[in-house]
Design a binder for this molecule. Structure first.
Ligand code: T4K
Length: 369
């Protein structure tokens, strides 16, 4: 019998019966977008779940990045990481900002705070770090640098839904944080995203900017974009929010099995849980030392593919290697040795709530040589 494909992720789907009931309510109300009742309910529910005071829903995780930069009037140069999904740097491009890439700390895959200061110039206005794989950045060191140089900090927290450090949401760090609710994320609204901010004034301003800049029926205060989440996705999100803790618990269980087996394989490394961090197990990256392991990352990746196990090389190539950015001085691989090394040896293993024990065994059988 043909084996099924095991994909890197699989979307969390709400109960179809309950979703149908919501659709009926939306149909009856005839209010399908523009800050409807499900939109309001989802914002309130997310504030509670994520332990934050203010949130603004968006249509994806890219537009909140673009909008936050606009709202904070960020210009000139912004220090960021090359080790992320390309949307992080594209958000700078869309605002006419020059990205300045800084290397990562291989122990977390997040931007290395020790390398930020030497990249600051008189044109630097902000830092755009990413909590890669949901692993929290060193937010204290980053904030100390930002305060010293008068910089803003915008966190791309696309992977960090529900992540907490010592009982506090990671989304409280910096000036603002963005989330992605794409189908491939721990919590999804099909497509979707959000911006988390710390005061009501900013929330109001962001709500104008995601609605073309309208402050009232007749007033446009800025060239805003259209990035409002509709009622259908908001309802879907509300239902998924009830399921997300169960999905994270399943992910944790599978992560523990992976770790138990992989710990005994020479040349394969991975992350353990960080002290004091409530993780969401959004990704399970492994790092291959080809010399010790015996085959290269790409050989393993292709072998997995042959066996219908679709891992993904997140994040290879580095953003700094894409044609739009590789001409930048900071994109030179000699400036980014750790990120270059990690991008060349990483594979994210299948990690989602619908894996079975048999799936996990099939994944591990590919890796055990
Ligand atoms: N910042 C960071 C750090 C990000 O990682 C992202 C997005 C963003 C910003 C921007 O957020 P959004 O604007 O996207 O909300 C995926 C996602 O499209 C992207 O959201 C995500 N990061 C990135 C890391 O991964 P692909 O091209 O790898 O996805 P795709 O379509 O190949 O899907 C991967 C696997 O997931 C498939 O093999 C099967 C499974 N899948 C996927 C979809 C879409 C399903 O089973 N069902 C589905 O509907 O980019």
């Amino acid at each position: 019998m043909d084996k099924k494909i095991i994909t890197v992720t699989s979307p969390l789907l709400p109960d179809l019966g309950e979703f149908n009931e919501c659709l009926k309510e939306i149909w009856d109300s005839k209010w399908i977008t523009n800050n409807g009742s499900f939109h309001k309910k989802l914002e309130a529910a997310l504030c509670k779940y994520l332990k934050v005071s203010y949130i603004s829903l968006f249509t994806n995780g890219t537009l909140p990045l673009i909008t936050a930069l606009q709202a904070m009037h960020i210009t000139g140069e912004v220090i960021t990481t090359p080790y992320s999904f390309v949307a992080t740097t594209h958000a700078l491009w869309w605002n006419g900002i020059k990205p300045v890439f800084v290397d990562i700390d291989p122990n977390t895959c997040d931007i290395d705070p020790n390398k930020i200061e030497s990249a600051i110039t008189p044109r630097t206005t902000a830092i755009l770090p990413v909590h890669v794989y949901g692993k929290p950045c060193d937010t204290k060191s980053i904030q100390d640098i930002a305060d010293k140089y008068g910089l803003k900090v915008l966190y791309d927290a696309a992977h960090a839904f529900g992540v907490e450090v010592n009982g506090e949401s990671i989304l409280k760090a910096g000036d603002m944080s963005t989330l992605s609710f794409h189908a491939t994320k721990v919590f999804n609204t099909v497509e979707g995203g959000a911006l988390v901010m710390h005061d009501e004034k900013t929330k109001k301003r962001i709500d104008y900017l995601k609605n073309f800049g309208f402050a009232s029926e007749t007033e446009v205060v800025a060239p805003g974009i259209n990035s409002k989440m509709d009622e259908i996705r908001s309802a879907y999100g509300l239902l998924n929010l009830k399921l997300v803790d169960g999905a994270i618990a399943s992910r944790k269980k599978f992560a523990e099995v992976y770790r138990k087996v992989l710990r005994n394989i020479n040349g394969i490394s991975f992350f353990d849980d960080m002290q004091g961090v409530k993780s969401n197990y959004s990704y399970f990256p492994i790092f291959i030392d080809a010399e010790k392991y015996g085959i290269t990352r790409d050989e393993l990746y292709l072998k997995m593919k042959e066996k219908k196990v679709w891992g993904r090389r997140y994040f290879y190539p580095l953003i700094s290697n894409f044609s739009t950015y590789r001409g930048l001085e900071s994109a030179n691989p000699s400036n980014l040795p750790e990120a270059t090394k990690i991008a060349d040896c990483v594979i994210c293993l299948p990690m989602h709530h619908l894996l079975s024990e048999e799936d996990v065994t099939r994944v591990l059988d590919c890796i055990i040589l």
